[in-house]
Ligand binder design. Structure first.
Ligand SMILES: NC(=O)c1ccc[n+]([C@@H]2O[C@H](COP(=O)([O-])OP(=O)(O)OC[C@H]3O[C@@H](n4cnc5c(N)ncnc54)[C@H](OP(=O)(O)O)[C@@H]3O)[C@@H](O)[C@H]2O)c1
Length: 317
């Protein structure tokens, strides 16, 4: 499969003076995104659950044109998200881009600090609160961009559908299934990005959701040992689309850097993916129509927004 890659001219853009937050920045596509933005002169906040791992990872970036700062952010804790935003606001008064990149996949049944099912809590609700709390700063800094790193799984994976059960987000009334939970959390991110774009029309803030591709990273650790994916599958994995983190960061970098992207605010950008059922979708597209019709259900998006607002405690604010 052919990988979609950024126009090299985008990597010549001078990002000096800009501030970007990348969540889950200590490995995988998050780290690759930070490395590229800092090369171009940006100041990047690497928002990491494990600060020491973040510091070690970004150590390799020293000497580039821009700068990087590691800050603590645990998306499994609403209090941590609030503390992060407060600490960010004490140091910065602008935000040019927010990359909601962190994620977990196929975790065993579990709950976040606040009692939400782990994958929905980390992938969607943590990023939802983070984004909502940063919206005023993003608006003040417009033109600015929000990129939600979702997945092809938002349209289903391993023969399992992707649905949003707003009445049972935590799998309390149905048996827990790690794949269905991942699919649900990523579908929520795609729906939220599209809803955000609608709310932000006319503000100069654009929002996108992306599928980064099938990327060699730690994400697979709850599905199979990482060494199986990274070494055993490496020789033939490439034929099925398996790629390195730099290639996996291309789709989000395109959304962050391409001049035309804001005209497509709300749309879904996808690297190639063998998981899509329809042959024409497998090549991906920047942007492409999501194969999941639920993405275009405005009533569902409005309900997801209300429910998320309630769950993270913003409805009472
Ligand atoms: N790899 C793929 O094939 C693939 C395919 C589709 C979509 N994606 C999406 O791409 C994104 C990046 O994944 P990746 O492949 O680069 O995987 P990765 O290397 O495992 O990176 C995930 C990042 O998220 C962080 N994270 C996990 N739980 C967190 C929490 N509670 N709070 C804050 N950060 C947390 C991890 O931190 P720790 O190191 O501390 O755990 C890590 O930095 C994810 O959203 C993933 O769902 C990946």
């Amino acid at each position: 499969m052919k990988n979609l890659v950024c126009d090299p001219k985008l990597f010549d853009k001078d990002l000096s003076g800009t501030v970007t937050i990348v969540t889950g920045a200590n490995s995988g596509t998050g780290l690759a995104t930070v490395q590229q933005l800092v090369k171009q002169g940006a100041h990047v906040i690497a928002a990491c659950r494990r600060v020491a791992a973040g510091q070690e990872a970004v150590g390799s970036i020293e000497g580039e044109r821009g700068s990087v700062e590691v800050m603590e952010l645990d998306l499994a804790s609403l209090a941590s998200v609030r503390s992060f935003v407060q600490a960010f606001a004490e140091k910065h008064d602008r935000l040019d881009a927010l990359v909601n990149n962190a994620g977990v996949m196929n975790t065993p049944e579990g709950k976040t600090v606040d009692g939400f099912e782990t994958q929905f809590g980390v992938n969607h609700l943590g990023h939802f609160l983070l984004t909502e709390l940063l919206l005023d700063t993003l608006k003040k800094s417009a033109p600015s961009r929000i990129v939600c790193v979702a997945s092809a799984a938002h349209a289903g994976m391993s023969g399992k559908v992707a649905e949003l059960h707003l009445d049972d987000l935590d799998f309390e009334r149905r048996g827990y299934d790690p794949t269905l939970s991942y699919n649900q959390s990523k579908l929520a991110m795609v729906i939220y990005a599209r809803h955000l774009a609608g709310r932000l029309e006319g503000t100069g803030v654009s929002a996108f959701s992306v599928h980064p591709g099938w990327v060699r990273s730690n994400l697979i650790k709850h599905t199979m040992p990482t060494w199986v994916q990274n070494w055993v599958m490496r020789p033939f994995g490439g034929l099925m689309g398996l790629m390195g983190p730099e290639e996996g960061a291309q789709t989000q970098l395109h959304c962050l850097l391409d001049d035309d992207a804001p005209k497509h605010s709300g749309e879904f950008y996808s690297q190639n993916a063998m998981f899509y059922e329809d042959k024409k979708d497998k090549a991906g597209g920047w942007p492409m129509r999501s194969p999941n019709p639920l993405v275009y259900d405005d009533a569902l998006a409005a309900r997801l927004f209300d429910v998320s607002n309630e769950l993270v405690g913003l409805a009472q604010a």
